[in-house]
Design a protein around this ligand. Sequence first.
Ligand SMILES: CCC/C=C/C=C/C(=O)SCCNC(=O)CCNC(=O)[C@H](O)C(C)(C)COP(=O)(O)OP(=O)(O)OC[C@H]1O[C@@H](n2cnc3c(N)ncnc32)[C@H](O)[C@@H]1OP(=O)(O)O
Length: 286
Amino acid sequence: MRTMSVAPPSYDFETLRVSQARDSVLHVELNRPKKRNAMNKTLWREMVECFQRIAQDTDQRVVVVSGAGKMFTAGIDLLDMAGEVLQPQGDDTARKAWHMRNTILQYQESFNVIEKCSKPVIAAVHGACIGGGIDLITACDIRLCSRDAWFQVKEVDIGMAADVGTLQRLPKVIGNASLVSELVYTARMMMADEALSCGLVSRLFEDKEAMLDGAFEMASEIASKSPVGVQGAKMNLIYSRDHSVKDGLNYIATWNMSMLQTDDLVKSAQAAMEKKSPKDVPYSKL
Ligand SMILES: CCC/C=C/C=C/C(=O)SCCNC(=O)CCNC(=O)[C@H](O)C(C)(C)COP(=O)(O)OP(=O)(O)OC[C@H]1O[C@@H](n2cnc3c(N)ncnc32)[C@H](O)[C@@H]1OP(=O)(O)O
């Protein structure tokens, strides 16, 4: 059962619709349905603003990202891109290149913020997820899809190598270099069944409604647990993905030398001894 309420006014955006899906669970929808949620400049900028706010918002513990209308997203807005990428600013090649580099770094930030936000982010994909959409979902912690979903690393088809995260994160997500190369070089569509079997998504639902119900259920489950535990786990999973086991173990030891001193540990242990669920424990905000 889905219940929605309006999110706080600070989440008022033009291209993103943000609602309070459940207690401590925010729903962020890419919201340009008539343009198939193509990512225009406003959307790239609002992603940064939205996730920076969520990161600081102690009332929120988990985020679900989905697309409004027919599909998740058609990727970058090709009309918007034409201005910025095809006509870089600058008096000479060096200055144009310098400007272009900064522009690309800025685009990257739109999805880096998802990773930097310590709250888990669940991507819920229906219909097409193209180009920039793959950049987005690979920066999320958990990916779900509906049976009609399809995925396409489309960038070579528009004459470019993907530069906003897919080439860096997709190999880590599916752990199959051959399949990644195939998807990237051919730009072929990957359907929902294959996305499930290769590990791009962890669950497949019959339709969008069932998927969103499943996503909110999962998000509520996560939100009921200690935010010190959950958010610490996210930050350490991401750190460990990018470092050796030795460095990861060192990092968690340093992390937990303070975080194990949380009240959440005592409260949770006591609840476990009393055969209560974490849902019954009133954890402080984080
Ligand atoms: C530094 C840059 C970093 C980022 C790089 C990112 C790269 C990428 O994302 S590469 C991928 C680019 N995307 C595409 O090539 C997809 C193009 N669109 C389509 O193939 C189809 O539109 C699609 C299969 C997604 C949907 O088909 P459908 O029949 O359902 O809808 P349409 O009638 O085609 O489209 C409806 C309106 O949406 C507009 N639109 C769709 N995609 C885009 C887009 N990517 N950019 C801008 N606008 C898009 C389309 O023009 C229609 O608008 P209107 O005519 O005003 O109704």
